[in-house]
Design a protein around this ligand. Structure first.
Ligand code: GDP
Ligand code: MN
Length: 397
């Protein structure tokens, strides 16, 4: 589950990570009130108005703007709220802005120049350990740093048995070239950031920029936080942070129906039981020279109701030119699945307007194939993987 910047910062702050303070606002009037309150709390003279959408690069699209007085706060909030923000990470249509975060200005002048760094926490899949990735080249897009000056990106891997150790936090602060108060602040920042990452069961933290202020405080100015869906049951207080307006509507519908669905760009819809088989099926479709339109795991109970829901989801995608159903009958018997498919097919009537190939393997597979072939529905059956691929190829030709 992806979070908004303001939610990410809320979580960071609750673990003691220093953040740029802000107040969420839904109207220009609220924005002005928020700005007044921030001035009282932090003494800030200027404010930043930040569009809250699930996309990075907001600054580049005009979704992060500085206001030097309350009149400007109101004006800019008025302009950003309701706009369709287009950034390098959104579609051409952009994302509608429903709310803005009004923040204190943290780039105030002082003894030193403010400095922007990059820091993320994520899983290194090669080693199975979490790592902190960081770079003194922050604020800009990290992909170009990785491409042009890869030596400026550092990683620190964390042993799950010990968590982050003090020497690791010091090493990171050292690599940023810090000393004195800023050095100490950075070790605190990194340590609490890592604890937050573990504590909220995150799968990604990306803080760009981490800011060293002119008076040597270290704070998170931005926060991209992704929580692990599979661990959400442990965090009742985070569950209502989901903003379905930011998510793919078909994926939202699928989740509500208890189906695991990811929308993709291809032309062959997939309906499969089991995530591993679903991945293999996507390979199979590619092997047949086509592209999967989705990942869809119908789970263990592929009964008529679920199959029908799955059909409906797949057919919402107008790019779909064929559907491949790939079922392994282990605990659920193939003949029962076949009956589900037949019933769902009949219920759907002429809503199904693309060819369907069903591959059934496992318990009672032959009986299942016979049932489908004799049901008088326009569904092709296959028993072998290769046979299914050939049939997909044939219907698309
Ligand atoms: P993103 O563009 O979606 O990554 O949004 P960020 O939260 O990273 O903000 C974009 C940029 O706005 C930052 O890199 C800063 O340069 C600028 N910015 C953010 N907060 C402040 C602030 O308090 N004062 C000033 N002057 N600039 C800020
Ligand atoms: Mn950013």
């Amino acid at each position: 589950m992806n979070l908004h910047e303001y939610q990410g910062k809320e979580i960071l702050s609750s673990f003691g990570v220093g953040i740029q303070k802000g107040i969420l606002s839904k109207t220009p009037k609220e924005a002005v009130e928020a700005a007044k309150k921030l001035t009282e709390e932090t003494g800030t003279g200027w404010h930043v108005i930040k569009a809250q959408v699930h996309a990075g690069g907001r600054g580049k699209g005009g979704g992060v703007r500085l206001a030097k007085n309350l009149k400007e706060v109101e004006q800019i909030a008025e302009e950003i709220l309701g706009m369709h923000l287009v950034t390098p990470q959104t579609s051409k249509e952009g994302k509608e802005v429903h709310q803005v975060l009004i923040t204190e200005d943290v780039y105030y002048p002082g003894d030193n120049e403010p400095e922007e760094y990059y820091m993320s926490v994520l899983l290194n899949r090669a080693t199975g350990r979490n790592m902190i990735m960081y770079s003194p080249e922050g604020g800009v897009d990290i992909e170009s740093v990785a491409e042009n000056t890869p030596e400026k990106i550092f990683t620190e891997e964390i042993d799950p048995a010990t968590g982050i150790l003090p020497f690791q936090a010091r090493k990171i602060a050292f690599n940023f070239g810090l000393e004195g108060k800023a050095f100490k602040e950075m070790t605190k920042f990194v340590t609490s950031l890592y604890k937050a990452y573990e504590g909220c069961d995150s799968s990604l933290f990306e803080i760009n920029p981490v800011l060293k202020t002119s008076d040597d405080r270290i704070i998170a100015v931005d926060a991209k936080v992704t929580l692990d869906d599979s661990a959400l049951f442990r965090h009742k207080d985070y569950q209502n942070m989901r903003d379905t307006r930011e998510e793919d509507p078909t994926e939202v519908e699928a989740r509500e129906a208890g189906l695991s669905y990811v929308n993709l760009d291809g032309n062959v819809g997939c309906m499969v039981n089991g995530a591993g088989l679903a991945m293999a099926t996507m390979d199979l479709i590619k092997f047949a020279g086509a592209e999967p339109a989705n990942f869809l795991d119908v789970g263990g109970t592929a009964d008529a109701k679920r199959v029908e829901q799955a059909f409906k989801l797949i057919l919402k995608d107008k790019k779909v030119e064929a559907i491949l159903i790939n079922i392994f009958g282990g605990i659920v018997r193939c003949d029962r699945v076949a009956k589900g498919i037949i019933e769902a097919y009949k219920n759907m009537g002429d809503q199904i307007n693309v060819p369907i190939i069903v591959r059934l393997q496992g318990t009672n597979a032959e009986e299942a194939v016979k049932l489908i072939n004799e049901a008088g529905i326009n569904v092709e059956t296959a028993v072998q993987f290769k046979e299914a691929a050939d049939k997909v190829q044939k219907v698309l030709a």
